[in-house]
Design a protein around this ligand. Structure first.
Ligand code: URA
Length: 247
């Protein structure tokens, strides 16, 4: 250290002030700093994560374009670590019919679209029997936008974090009728632990929108006799929608 610098540091030390900065010696030279140098400039505090309410308010104010950017970037729950991609939904963004399933499965995670596996084929056939098809007055979404690993049931924390995304989709689509596909979707949207059997055949509401409940297409693939009940539910849904002035 040069004499002038040594004197300056001695004065600072007497005043109880450590030198604010010092030229680094080259690596390996005597006096080389072991730790990387740190700026003495004050650093901005990291922004605290938005509170649950702020986050929800932000999502509920999004446009389609913003929602389509926000969902793939979402890390609000642990599912972002295992997903291949998010699955926001598919179809007519002004549809009268909104079908809501549980969560993407393996195929949906791979392709980025809801209900594209075997259950999806059955769903498409059921829609066709009603004279409907995905993309034409029908929008299909899920409660969760990310696949739970191994197709396990969604956890309450995951559904809570993802709920604003579905709520925003509903706000943007403004469907006349929601069809909840399966127990998990029905129980989550209705905040109930009632069975599908007890929820069928009635008009409920979610976010102010009339909602009817039916079996999940994957369940129907394993329980073919219940297909006739699902058909009755869809006919009931169509009648409900007609009574609301839609079709
Ligand atoms: N099951 C669901 O609930 N949703 C999908 O998208 C696929 C299978």
């Amino acid at each position: 250290m040069k004499p002038r610098q040594a004197r300056r540091e001695a004065i600072l030390a007497q005043m109880g002030i450590a030198p604010l900065w010092r030229l680094r010696a080259a690596a390996g030279q005597p006096g080389a700093a072991a730790a990387p140098p740190r700026s003495a400039q004050p650093r901005p505090l990291p922004e605290p994560p938005p509170s649950a309410d702020e986050r929800e308010a932000r999502i509920l104010a999004m446009s389609w374009a913003e929602l389509k950017q926000a969902v793939p970037a979402c890390t609000a729950c642990g599912l972002h670590k295992t997903r291949a991609q998010t699955v926001l939904g598919v179809g007519d963004e002004r549809a009268e019919w909104l079908l809501v399933g549980e969560a993407p499965g393996a195929e949906e995670d791979r392709l980025g679209e809801p209900f594209v596996g075997q259950a999806g084929k059955l769903l498409d056939n059921m829609l066709a029997a009603l004279g409907l098809k995905r993309g034409d007055n029908v929008y299909i979404a899920n409660v969760l936008k990310c696949r739970p690993p191994g197709n396990r049931n969604p956890e309450p924390g995951e559904t809570a974090k993802c709920a604003p995304h579905l709520l925003r989709q509903i706000g943007l689509i403004r469907p006349r009728l929601i069809v909840a596909l399966g127990r998990i979707a029905a129980q989550t949207l209705l905040n109930s632990d009632a069975t599908i059997a007890s929820l069928r055949g009635r008009v409920h509401r979610y976010a102010g929108v009339p909602l009817v409940v039916t079996y999940h297409p994957a369940y129907l693939l394993r329980n073919l006799p219940d297909k006739s009940k699902a058909w009755a539910d869809l006919v009931f849904a169509r009648r409900t929608l007609a009574s609301l002035g839609g079709g």
